[in-house]
Design a protein around this ligand. Structure first.
Ligand code: FAD
Ligand code: NAD
Length: 470
């Protein structure tokens, strides 16, 4: 250790970086984590998962009261929106959780190097004018919003915003246009629709939520339409002009054709995110990025340069906090000489709308493709939430569970749910798949009654036989 300052120096304190730093310190390694943002926790805790869920949760309550659901259950209220208070509880959640990471750093003796790090050599970085040499450097710099040419984001003006701006709007927009029918567009579009905005979603492809199971995408589109979101599919935005407090967008069919204009009070640009590597001076370390700007690693999270590792949104794979966290743990364990593994085939994903949308493993389309296009190689069981006693009792009839299994071995290949608590339900599917479960294993596992999770059991029963309640 003689001439090294640290065994491990992590760059970035998001869910990938802060978890890697804590695990490395727990394993007895002298650890530092460089973070340029004023608070720890990265995108997820500061401007991503946590504040968006704070607004989704609060707006869900507002809609339950304002939209008649509470009245349906005999609870009579006349809600009034206090948007400042709603933002206040969002900020409190962020403050509490980011402060919690600072406490965990102190508890585990992780040094927080305040400032943006850049490489000066393969084993050395500079942070705020000081040089640090480390045996191992973990790049966990995350991602930022992908810009859309012709549509300039200005969160301060609050007319054309990205997800960070859309979390902080000072008033409910009359008309919000969301560019991109992905996770951010649907989550944040839902927040403002619930609070009273008219929401139009412009999506380049022929369907929303790319990457998800085809049935799920279709059903989700139907549900969001029923809730009042207007969709313009196969459409692209080519220009946006801000005129006073409004934006005028130019829309064109994705395949080319006649343009139309659309006026909006707020435009949310949510067409994806791209890895953060600018400013790292990767060349000084001998590192390069791939065509998508990502740092490539092997299965152990080692980059092409010995001693440099990379995890989270900056490496290939889904941009999800739990994927980054698991990679952080595995990477730190590998650095310590243990065996850290992440099963990238079993990473659940959840859209926290109402109802929630969740999936793990392969979609039906991917499963068939993997079987060389042979549709008979895959068995599917489906069960509607309408047949689930708890969902029905709670007035939550929308959605279904779909279990996809290998026709020969019955091994579960994927599970997809649209249900009020799909995000919680998907955990059992992930665990079953991690243990190599068959659909029969799930079908014969006793599930508590009455729970939404019984729909997973019934969908599994539908793979080879018949569910009971439909
Ligand atoms: P990040 O969280 O992006 O953290 C990287 C950190 O590195 C940042 O704090 C940055 O300041 C710092 N950094 C960058 N460069 C340097 C440098 N040179 N020196 C020092 N520090 C540096 N995922 C989910 O799983 N569930 C969700 O519900 C969810 N909701 C989301 C909602 C929104 C609105 C957004 C935008 C994202 C959401 N995500 C969600 C995605 C999730 O936030 C990311 O996948 C996750 O944060 C990635 O973690 P990370 O550690 O790789 O990077
Ligand atoms: P996304 O990739 O989920 O969706 C982007 C959408 O924009 C896609 O449907 C794409 O077809 C569309 N698009 C791309 N270019 C377009 C254009 N020019 N015009 C119209 N549509 C266009 O990206 P996002 O919603 O910005 O989210 C970014 C990342 O953050 C995602 O990878 C996601 O994993 C992560 N995230 C996760 C959660 C969650 O887990 N609940 C929540 C928010 C964000």
């Amino acid at each position: 250790m003689a001439d090294y300052d640290y065994d491990v120096l992590v760059i970035g304190a998001g869910p990938g970086g802060y978890v890697a730093a804590i695990r490395a310190a727990q394993l007895g390694l002298k650890t530092a984590c460089a973070e340029g943002r004023g608070t720890l926790g990265g995108t997820c805790l500061n401007v991503g998962c946590i504040p968006s869920k704070a607004m989704l949760h609060a707006s869900e309550y507002f809609e339950a009261a304002a939209g008649g659901m509470m009245a349906k259950m005999g609870v009579m209220v006349e809600p009034r929106l206090d948007l400042d208070a709603m933002h206040g509880q969002r900020k409190d959640a962020v403050k509490g959780l980011t402060g919690g990471i600072e406490m965990l750093f102190r508890k585990n003796k992780v040094d927080w190097l305040k400032g943006y790090a850049k490489f000066t050599a393969a084993d050395t970085v500079e942070v705020d004018g000081k040089s640090y040499r480390a045996k191992n450097i973990v790049v966990a710099t995350g991602s930022s919003v992908t810009p859309l040419p012709g549509v300039e984001v200005d969160n301060d003006k609050g007319v054309i915003v990205d997800s960070t701006g859309a979390l902080e709007l000072a008033k409910v927009p009359g008309h919000m246009v969301v560019i991109g029918g992905g996770v951010i567009g649907l989550e944040l579009g839902s927040v403002w629709r619930r609070l009273g905005a008219k929401v139009t979603c412009v999506e380049f492809l022929d369907q929303i939520l790319p990457g998800m199971d085809g049935d799920v995408r279709k059903e989700a589109n139907k549900i969001f339409k029923k809730q009042g979101i207007e969709f313009k599919l196969k459409t692209k935005v080519t220009k946006a002009e801000v005129k006073g407090r409004k934006a005028v967008l130019t829309l064109e069919p994705a395949a080319g054709g006649e343009a139309e204009t659309l006026e909006a009070d707020v435009v949310l640009v949510s067409i994806g995110r791209r890895p953060n590597t600018d400013g790292l001076a990767l060349d000084k370390a001998g590192l390069t990025t791939n065509q998508r700007g990502q740092i490539e690693t092997d299965h152990d999270f080692r980059t092409s340069v010995p001693g440099i590792w990379a995890i989270g949104d900056v490496v290939p794979g889904p941009m999800l906090a739990h994927k980054a966290e698991d990679e952080g743990i595995a990477c730190a364990e590998n650095i310590a000489g243990l065996t850290g593994i992440v099963n990238h085939d079993v990473i659940p994903s959840v859209v926290y709308t109402w109802p929630e949308i969740a999936g793990v493993g392969l979609s039906q389309e991917q499963a068939v493709e993997k079987a060389g296009g042979d549709k008979t190689a895959v068995k599917v069981g489906k069960f509607p939430m309408l047949g689930n006693s708890r969902a029905k009792t709670n007035h939550e009839p929308d959605g279904f569970v779909k279990v996809i299994a290998d026709a020969k071995t019955d091994r579960v290949l994927g599970v997809w749910c649209i249900a009020s608590v799909a995000g919680t339900m998907i955990a059992q599917a992930a665990q079953a798949m991690e243990f190599g479960a068959t659909s029969e294993d799930i079908a014969y596992t006793c599930h508590a009654h009455p729970t939404h999770s019984e729909a997973i059991k019934e969908a599994a029963m539908a793979v080879t036989g018949k569910p009971i309640h439909i």
